[in-house]
Design a protein around this ligand. Structure first.
Ligand code: PAF
Length: 327
């Protein structure tokens, strides 16, 4: 799909902006994400913007578009190769439609904790997966960021065990592994872009959704969902992507600055996720959410075994074991 598109155009310069670049013009890069302007994505982006500005002596400026104002994650990824957007922060969720190889990280209950995930993604496996994304989409990956561990929220019925999900219409990302996992747990998965989710919950089109604590808080899902069970069933990493043609139009110094800034801001953003997870658990309770903090995960892990049987031939048992055994 994406690989078929070429284009992208060169970096736009705005000579009217305060001229701090060598030629006196500022290069503005449009970067989009789907979360709110109080989210971990936005905080990471603001850090990224500041670092890029410092490292390029003001030659490059990031113009941040939060709230899905430039489209859902899938639309924005497609936009990178047609030049409607320069950079996107997206979780790996929509990647099953672009570079299915990378969705090995979306397998349920794969990572023990965030440290485990960071070791895998920042090491050889993460680098190989980034290469796959680049080969398949023609887009450049700058760094791994983070959305976090996803947990289930519901409107009417608390989820203690997989049987409680039976027949529940749950919104999932447009991701095959996510959908298969919820089917295996007995739910009725309904894939949908995040930009449509709040209204769908509000109107009762769906009963449930699943997202990390910082998303549940900053997207105000506590207004339309009563129960949260900390199932932490998928770890959801994010990728900072940049249009290849836009990246190639920058000087080598600007490219290096952006690459370094993306990694540094990603580390900062991961810390924001950790901090928000702790702080917002308490806040969600005070907003009236009933939270099951320590559910017995064994029955959930048993229920998704068929998902591993289905995807093992695709990803290879060796890779899955290598991820699991990373210390
Ligand atoms: O649920 C989703 O679609 C994702 O968690 C989100 C909010 C777009 C972040 O990448």
């Amino acid at each position: 799909l994406l690989a078929a598109c070429g284009g992208g155009g060169s970096a736009s310069t705005d000579s009217k902006s305060a001229g701090s670049g060598e030629s006196g013009s500022v290069i503005t890069l449009k970067v989009g994400h789907t979360l709110s302007d109080t989210s971990h994505y936005q905080k990471g982006m603001e850090k990224f913007k500041e670092l890029v500005k410092n490292k390029t002596n003001g030659q490059v400026d990031l113009q941040i578009f939060p709230n899905g104002s430039l489209g859902g994650e899938r639309d924005m990824i497609e936009g990178l190769n047609v030049g409607s957007i320069d950079m996107v922060l997206t979780s790996t969720g929509p990647m099953s439609g672009f570079a299915p190889e990378v969705t090995v990280v979306d397998l349920p209950f794969l990572f023990r904790d965030a440290d485990h995930a960071h070791k895998v993604l920042d090491g050889e496996i993460g680098t190989d997966l980034r290469k796959k994304v680049e080969e398949k989409t023609g887009v450049k990956t700058l760094a791994w960021w983070e959305n976090g561990f996803r947990s289930v929220t519901t409107k009417d019925k608390a989820v203690q065990k997989p049987e409680d999900l039976k027949g529940i219409k749950i919104r999932t990302m447009e991701n095959d592994i996510h959908m298969d996992s919820f089917k295996a747990m007995g739910a009725q998965p309904t894939p949908m872009a995040f930009t449509e989710l709040f209204t769908a919950l509000q109107q009762g089109v769906i009963d449930a959704e699943e997202n990390p604590i910082p998303v549940i808080m900053t997207s105000r899902f506590y207004e339309v969902q009563k129960h949260l069970t900390l199932t932490r069933h998928f770890y959801n990493p994010s990728l900072m992507l940049i249009s290849k043609s836009k990246f190639d139009s920058l000087t080598p110094e600007q490219q290096k600055a952006i690459e370094e800034a993306a990694v540094e801001a990603g580390k900062y953003e991961r810390q924001v996720v950790q901090d928000m997870e702790k702080q917002y658990l308490t806040e969600l309770k005070s907003k009236g959410m009933e939270i099951i903090e320590n559910p017995d995960l064994k029955p959930f892990q048993d229920a998704v075994k068929p998902v591993y049987e289905k995807y093992e031939p695709q990803f290879g048992k060796e890779l899955i074991d290598k991820i699991r055994n990373t210390q």
